[in-house]
Design a protein around this ligand. Structure first.
Ligand SMILES: [Zn+2]
Ligand SMILES: [Zn+2]
Length: 213
C-alpha cells in the first residue's frame, strides 16, 4: 500500500495535470524524498532531469485517491457536520480510512454526490455508473432524485445558506421526520405528517432522505 505522503504527492500531481492543465508538474516536495522513490518504484511517476511525468498507472491510482479524498470531505461535511474551515485537515487523515471497496459504499450512502464541499468534481466510481440499473441499492438520496410515492425519513439537510435552512426548519423538514414525495412537476410536493408542501428543485435537492420500502 502507498504511504500517506506518496498518496498526497500523487493526488497533487494529478490535480495539476488533469484539472489545472499544467504542463510542468510541481512536486511540492524535494526530488529525493523517499515518497518520490516509492512512486517511481511502483511505476506511478517518471523523473527526468527537469521533468516529472505522471504515468498511466499513476493516473488511475491518483484519480481513485482524489475520489476518496473528496468523498471523505462530503461525508465529514454532510453527515458529521464538520465545519468547512477544518475539513481540509481532517479529510486528509480520514480519506485513508476509506480504503478500496469502502468508498463505493460511502458514495452510495451519500447518493453519488458529484462535487465535494469545495465544488470540485468527484471522479465517479463503478457505483455511480451502475446506479441507474440498481435502484434497490439506493439508500439515501436527495428528495429531488426520488420517484413519486418514494418515502423515508429525512437524514440531513444540505441547504445552501441560512435562510434556506430556516425555510426547511419552519415547515418541519428536519432530520428524523417521515416524508413522502407526492409530485415532481411543476414543483416538488411532499408530505410531512398531515401537511403538504411545494418547493422548487433547489430546495428539494437539499433534503436528503433515507429511504424505506
Ligand atoms: Zn474539496
Ligand atoms: Zn457512486
Amino acid at each position: 500500500m502507498l504511504s500517506e505522503r506518496a498518496e498526497e504527492i500523487l493526488e497533487a500531481l494529478w490535480i495539476q495535470l488533469e484539472e489545472q492543465g499544467k504542463k510542468q508538474l510541481d512536486l511540492g516536495a524535494s526530488r529525493d524524498e523517499p515518497a518520490i522513490e516509492e512512486l517511481i518504484r511502483l511505476g506511478f511517476i517518471r523523473r527526468d532531469l527537469d521533468h516529472i511525468h505522471l504515468l498511466e498507472k499513476g493516473k488511475i491510482h491518483a484519480s481513485a485517491c482524489v475520489r476518496r479524498h473528496r468523498l471523505a470531505e462530503r461525508l465529514l461535511a454532510d453527515v458529521f457536520d464538520v465545519k468547512k474551515k477544518i475539513i481540509d485537515e481532517v479529510s486528509c487523515k480520514f480519506e485513508h480510512l476509506l480504503h478500496e471497496g469502502l468508498e463505493d459504499n460511502v458514495c452510495t450512502l451519500l447518493g453519488h454526490p458529484k462535487v465535494c464541499p469545495h465544488s470540485k468534481p468527484i471522479p465517479p466510481g463503478k457505483c455511480c455508473r451502475e446506479k441507474i440499473n440498481k435502484k434497490l441499492l439506493k439508500f439515501l438520496a436527495p428528495l429531488s432524485d426520488l420517484e413519486v410515492k418514494d418515502k423515508g425519513k429525512i437524514a440531513y439537510l444540505q441547504a445552501k445558506d441560512r435562510s434556506q435552512m430556516q425555510k426547511l426548519i419552519n415547515i418541519g423538514a428536519i432530520p428524523g421526520v417521515s416524508i413522502v414525495l407526492l409530485q415532481r412537476f411543476p414543483s416538488y410536493v411532499f408530505q410531512i405528517g398531515q401537511s403538504q408542501f411545494a418547493v422548487d428543485k433547489e430546495l428539494a435537492s437539499s433534503i436528503y432522505v433515507r429511504l424505506t420500502k
